[in-house]
Design a protein around this ligand. Structure first.
Ligand SMILES: O=C(CO)[C@H](O)[C@H](O)COP(=O)(O)O
Ligand SMILES: [Co+2]
Length: 216
């Protein structure tokens, strides 16, 4: 399967999202990644559901919503109402992770689970057959434009082995510090979906950068 690219809107121009969304629609991006932050789980606040709803009305690509918030299970119906395809919750915010995954699926979305850089992939062993995707954070969540944490490459390899052993078809997504160089290494390691914010929106031609990431 060809890998997917999910540009992160966090690095877009918030004063002219319509222009950036037109670019996303024209581009080879597979999904659009939306980062919700609450200033509690992570030390930053980004945007919320009304913004995602407005984005969904202009964006023709499936929405991949990454929730960096405490108690994400309280917002399943709000995420669903935005039209999102994927609802991604952090392992670190869900003491009853299996229940949250079931609730996301029952709401009609694809459930995904994210782990922070300090969380080992082994904690996901018992839910690998229940999720659509696992996201390995390759920076500490909260900000765009940070440096890729090299150890993430080993985590992708470990997770790939665990997924194969479990007979799961879960996708492996990586988010943080993805650029042309780290993307090649991640694809070699077994990543299926690459999120890129700064590398895309900071490029002279974001559309061309998406093309380059897609054709690696
Ligand atoms: O979840 C995130 C931050 O917490 C973002 O998706 C991620 O950081 C993308 O930005 P960049 O590609 O610039 O690192
Ligand atoms: Co993200």
């Amino acid at each position: 399967m060809k890998h997917k690219i999910s540009p992160s809107l966090l690095s877009a121009n918030f004063a002219n999202l319509a222009k950036d969304l037109e670019m996303i629609n024209r581009s080879e991006a597979d999904w659009l990644h939306l980062d919700i932050m609450d200033g509690v789980f992570v030390p930053n606040i980004s945007f919320g559901f009304p913004v995602i709803k407005a984005v969904s009305e202009l964006c023709q690509k499936p929405l991949d919503v990454h929730l960096m918030i405490v108690n994400p299970e309280k917002f399943i119906s709000e995420v669903k109402a935005t039209g999102a395809k994927i609802m991604n919750v952090h392992y670190e915010t869900c003491p009853h992770l299996h229940r949250v995954i079931q609730q996301i699926r029952e709401a009609g979305m694809e459930p995904a689970v994210t782990i922070n850089p300090a969380t080992p992939v082994s904690v996901l062993k018992d839910i690998l057959n229940d999720v659509y995707m696992v996201l390995i954070m390759s920076v500490n969540p909260g900000f765009g434009g940070q440096k890729f944490i090299e150890r993430s490459l080993e985590k992708v390899k470990e997770l790939k082995m665990m997924i194969n052993e479990a007979g799961s078809d879960a996708l492996i997504q990586v988010d943080g510090g993805v650029n042309l160089e780290t993307a090649s290494l991640l694809l070699e390691a077994g990543a299926d979906v690459l999120v890129a914010g700064n590398a895309v929106f900071g490029a002279p031609s974001p559309e061309e950068m998406i093309h380059k990431l897609k054709t690696l």
